[in-house]
Design a protein around this ligand. Structure first.
Ligand SMILES: [Zn+2]
Length: 133
């Protein structure tokens, strides 16, 4: 089970920038990298169009998601998680997030109005520690 996520400062900044640029709508994207034991190592955050653009939900545009997934695989990487933003609420999974997380084994990184936090679904929402490189 994943208990830590490593992310580069520049990707962290990119996600913060997406939060601000898309506010009040949610922004979303994927985290590409590798899984190393209990750590998801993010090598790159890739913004994806939110095809359900509201202030309360997101949906990764399927074509862009496929391209990101395909490109990751070609270079021996995988999609280790997704990120999305909560421009008007805290970085805590919403009810919708919780339901969706149950079908997604990756890390959920949420940039909220109170900072960035990460989670996985493990019979419930469990926090994942964010560490720098
Ligand atoms: Zn959310």
């Amino acid at each position: 089970m994943i208990s830590k996520i490593k992310i580069l400062r520049c990707d962290f900044d990119l996600i913060q920038g997406e939060l601000e640029a898309n506010s009040p709508y949610e922004a979303c994207g994927v985290l590409v990298g590798t899984i190393n034991g209990d750590t998801a190592v993010v090598e790159k955050a890739i913004p994806i169009t939110n095809s359900n653009r509201t202030a309360r939900s997101f949906e990764l545009e399927p074509g862009e998601f496929y391209n990101a997934w395909n490109n990751a695989g070609k270079s021996g990487k995988e999609i280790v998680g997704v990120y999305h933003t909560h421009p008007r609420s805290s970085a805590v999974p919403s009810l919708w997030d919780r339901e969706t997380m149950q079908n997604d084994p990756g890390v959920w990184l949420i940039a909220g109005s109170d900072g960035v936090k990460a989670y996985v679904w493990d019979d419930g929402v469990r926090a994942v520690k964010i560490v720098g490189f």
